[in-house]
Design a protein. Structure first.
Lengths: 86, 466
């Protein structure tokens, strides 16, 4: 779902949300494996906690950049961000 | 406690630098003119200190691992960062937030150090994020320019996407084996389908960071839009760090499936070279041109990584050292010209030799080295890469690689022709090159020439790798 969203959405905020969705699926993966496959290990849980923290940091930087982009362009649509092409 | 300090020396030094800069930033307002030499001095000390007391060992329950080879790789990155601080003096003097820029740069460097010495997927992931998120912020440093924020946006979205893929791969590996430690994982990796699926996800993430071809589309845009020092950092330091980490991951963890990734890497290497070279042919902007040429160079690095021998690893380290010097020299010249005149097109470089012979010679030297022409070090770097790959067979790929060198020669020489031979009514006027930038350019030029001529450098690297 997240990958699908990333490739189809044209709004930067929604693209960011799609990435969060991907990361959440990974979190679910880790938690599920940890609970049902490796119940006596803790690595998966730790990994999940770190992923959540990093995702927050990443979202903060990304939103800062998007706000800056919005200021200069008055839009958060990727179609408008096409200054550079080859 | 003692081992803690010696093993973590590189990381502790960079952390100390970050704290010094933070304190300087909050304590009082310092002019860029006084702050910049201070930063350069600190980075030089950091660079020199890296060469002493390098030992082997692991820390934090084998999450962190280091040995002389890893220390050498960190030293190479340190040298690159020091050169960046010298070469882009013009840009640094103009920017309003010099301390913040270096704090971000050093944070990314810290992330790369941990990335190279990580012994665990958790550490690996954290380090990778630490190495990419600050770079995205650095890409946005020309706040008022539209292209800068556009490139930063492309960078952060593609890197977040690739780390999502990486995490998915790691989670599959965890689900199958229950292990995230590299050393333990090496014992259980096998050819089962699900593990190969996870492995492909991991390779994809690496390919994004190294801009290997199917995943290279962000590279040129990010390089063009970012400020020059960020572009140089991204193309040289971060690429080198990821290549070193790639070697560690492939040779240490995925050695049991070497037969699978050998073919994969060879095909990727050849495609990367071809696409990089053919797109570089038609570029007009010097930054885009260098972006595609660096994609082509990554193809050669992959060729060396694919050889899967200690020799190949040594050749990659040697090549990256040379690549740092030559690429930084090219970016340095471009940055001096762009800071003074704002011109970034190759056509604007016509007749540069008449007005600025020094810059022209350095640029020519750098491009010759990137193209791999004999007297320069770049030739030896490529020679060792190709010969280490040839030791493994598959000559078809190597012939294509050699043909690619000829294609690349064409577009490198096109720039050199523009600089030296083409006439121009209004060439770029004579530029006053800053002392620090001049020093940086001389170090780069000396590096390009001497690294090829002094055989002990290569022998030293090979001795460390073995």
């Amino acid at each position: 779902m997240g990958v699908y969203g990333f490739f189809t959405r044209r709004n930067l905020i929604t693209m960011l949300m799609s990435i969060e969705l991907m990361l959440n699926s990974v979190n679910l993966n880790f938690i599920g494996f940890n609970k049902y496959v490796w119940p006596n290990k803790m690595d998966g849980l730790f990994f999940t906690i770190f992923i959540i923290a990093i995702a927050a940091a990443e979202a903060a930087v990304a939103i800062a950049i998007i706000i800056n982009l919005y200021r200069s362009r008055q839009s958060v649509d990727v179609e408008n961000a096409e200054e550079m092409k080859y | 406690m003692d081992a803690f300090f010696t093993l973590l020396k590189h990381e502790l030094l960079v952390t100390a630098l970050i704290f010094i800069l933070l304190l300087l930033k909050i304590s009082r307002t310092i002019k860029n003119e006084t702050l910049l030499p201070l930063i350069q001095l600190l980075l030089l000390i950091n660079c020199a200190a890296g060469f002493f007391w390098n030992e082997q060992g692991s820390l934090f329950d084998s999450m962190f691992y280091t040995n002389p080879l890893i220390a050498l790789q960190k030293n190479i990155l340190n040298i690159g960062v020091y050169l960046i601080s010298l070469l882009f003096t013009d840009w640094f003097k103009k920017t309003a937030h010099l301390a913040e820029f270096f704090i971000l740069l050093l944070s990314a460097l810290l992330g790369m150090f941990f990335l190279i010495s990580s012994g665990n997927f958790l550490m690996f992931y954290l380090a990778l994020e630490l190495a990419t998120i600050p770079v995205a912020a650095m890409a946005n440093f020309d706040l008022e320019k539209k292209v800068s924020s556009e490139s930063a946006m492309k960078m952060i979205l593609s890197s977040a996407f690739s780390s999502g893929i990486l995490l998915f791969g790691i989670s599959i590996i965890y689900g199958v084996t229950g292990i995230i430690n590299f050393a333990e994982l090496a014992a259980v990796v096998n050819n089962s389908t699900i593990q190969l699926l996870a492995f492909v996800f991991l390779i994809t993430a690496f390919a994004f960071k190294l801009s290997i071809v199917p995943f290279h589309l962000w590279t040129a845009d990010v390089y063009e839009g970012s400020p020059m020092p960020t572009t140089a950092f991204l193309s040289v330091i971060s690429k080198g760090a990821v290549a070193f980490a790639f070697i560690t991951a492939l040779y240490k963890v995925f050695q049991p499936v070497a037969g699978v990734w050998y073919n994969m890497l060879m095909v990727l290497a050849v495609i990367t070279m071809l696409v990089g070279n053919f797109f570089a042919l038609r570029q007009q902007n010097i930054k885009r041109f260098l972006a595609f040429s660096s994609i082509a160079q990554v193809g050669f690095i992959l060729l060396g990584i694919g050889s899967n021998t200690a020799n190949g690893a040594g050749a990659v380290v040697y090549f990256i050292l040379i690549y740092i010097f030559s690429n930084l020299a090219a970016f340095g010249v471009a940055a001096i010209i762009s800071a003074a005149t704002g011109k970034e097109n190759i056509d604007d470089y016509k007749g540069l030799y008449k007005t600025n012979p020094l810059l022209s010679w350095i640029l020519a030297l750098a491009l010759f080295s990137l193209a791999g022409i004999p007297p320069t070090a770049g030739f030896f770097g490529k020679l060792f890469l190709i010969s280490s790959a040839a030791a493994k067979g598959s000559y078809a790929f190597i012939i294509i690689a050699a043909l690619n060198m000829i294609i690349s020669l064409y577009y490198y020489l096109k720039v050199i022709r523009a600089v030296f031979m083409d006439k121009n009514e209004k060439p770029i006027e004579k530029l006053q090159v800053n002392v620090y930038a001049k020093l940086g350019l001389f170090i780069c030029g000396a590096g390009i020439v001497l690294l090829g001529l002094l055989s002990w450098v290569y022998e030293y690297i090979q001795a460390v790798v073995q």
